[in-house]
Design a binder for this molecule. Structure first.
Ligand SMILES: [Zn+2]
Ligand SMILES: [Zn+2]
Length: 359
């Protein structure tokens, strides 16, 4: 049994380019009781490997969370396979808005404790008591309701490049952090307001809505299928699009453009920009927003320090990295102090509270 990738990312990319065939970027999740995640993992890997499916999949006792690149030619076989698994029959598939054949270059199916690293202790609340799921049309109506508080359940580097109009966008690095901040801010409105939440594909809201109901919020709503499904519905049904900017995604594409608005700024010069870059210095890899001009000037680096390092001979770079591990900046996702134009969203959040009468 071969349960690993035999090709490197580069070799895979070359094969995909040679094949010249369209691939679909698809995501889905399902909370379901899986007795033996290891066996399920092996089954998925072996089946999907033969279908040339690539992606990142997490399997746990609580369910599955999958982000995939599927050859369009094999879509029906892939779908038939999903339908043959009882708890995945007719599961909602979120299909990406922008096509990219290179969204994933490996197939990785991992067994985890949880399918989202949400930091919650599920034993302490009823995870099945979720909020009301709403589709795009009803979501738009709710956005016009003065009794609604709209909350973005994603992290700062996601909402920075795009979000729904008038949404609260907590300046957080983690999902767990946002839960407490939002609860503290809205503690006086647990009964009189409608708490409406959204995330990328809907999975984070599945737990968040149950958590807030447990915390005493009476009217909790969540966007079914998240931003990805919303945009699909807006396009299919000709609805008004209330999402501005880009939707951050967790594959090689990094984002999908939803509206023409550029709401973020280059972290180095402050000009309008909304394209994320990973610093070219392998020991840094900071994820930050960089405009085309700075990209060229800085050679994809976040600082002149990193720029100096990438010009060293490779062996020397490697020697510098030795024993150091990765820079903490990788995990800061654009929070490095040397980026003068990284917006402090904490202030925006504070401003939101004082200027928005809804809260
Ligand atoms: Zn710039
Ligand atoms: Zn750097």
């Amino acid at each position: 049994m071969q349960l690993y990738n035999t090709l490197s990312a580069k070799e895979r990319a070359e094969l995909i380019a040679q094949a010249g065939k369209e691939r679909l970027t698809i995501s889905f999740y399902k909370y379901a009781k899986i007795e033996n995640p290891e066996i399920f993992r092996d089954h998925l890997f072996l089946t999907w490997d033969t279908l040339d499916v690539l992606g990142r999949i997490y399997v746990a006792h609580e369910g599955i969370n999958a982000q995939l690149s599927v050859p369009a030619d094999n879509f029906n076989l892939f779908k038939n396979h999903l339908d043959s698994i009882s708890f995945l029959e007719n599961v909602r598939l979120n299909i990406a808005i922008e096509h990219d054949n290179f969204s994933f270059l490996k197939l990785k199916v991992k067994v985890r404790d949880k399918i989202v690293a949400d930091g919650l202790n599920d034993e302490t609340f009823d995870v099945t008591n979720k909020g009301i799921h709403v589709e795009a049309e009803q979501f738009n109506e709710l956005m016009d309701d003065p009794n609604v508080i709209l909350v973005d359940m994603r992290n700062h580097y996601e909402s920075e490049i795009g979000h729904f109009k008038n949404a609260m966008t907590p300046d957080v690095d983690t999902f767990r952090e946002s839960l407490d901040i939002i609860e503290a801010d809205l503690k006086d409105h647990k009964e009189d307001k409608k708490l409406v939440m959204y995330c990328t594909g809907g999975i984070r809201c599945e737990k968040a809505s149950a958590y807030y109901k447990h915390k005493g919020f009476k009217n909790v709503y969540q966007l079914e299928g998240g931003i990805i499904n919303y945009v699909r519905q807006v396009q299919a049904k000709g609805l008004e699009n209330k999402f501005i900017g880009k939707n951050f995604v967790f594959d090689e594409r990094r984002s999908e453009r939803i509206s023409g608005d550029v709401i973020a700024h280059c972290h180095q010069c402050g000009e309008p920009a909304d394209l994320h870059t990973n610093c070219a210095n392998e020991a840094c890899h900071l994820l930050f927003i960089q405009c085309d001009a700075c990209k060229e000037k800085m050679e994809n680096c976040c600082s002149t320090h990193c720029q100096e390092i990438i010009h060293l001979p490779y062996q020397e770079q490697k020697a510098l990295r030795k024993g150091q591990g990765n820079s903490n900046d990788i995990f800061n996702k654009g929070r490095a102090g040397h980026l003068p134009y990284k917006k402090d969203l904490r202030n925006i959040f504070e401003n939101f509270k004082t200027t928005n009468s809804k809260v």
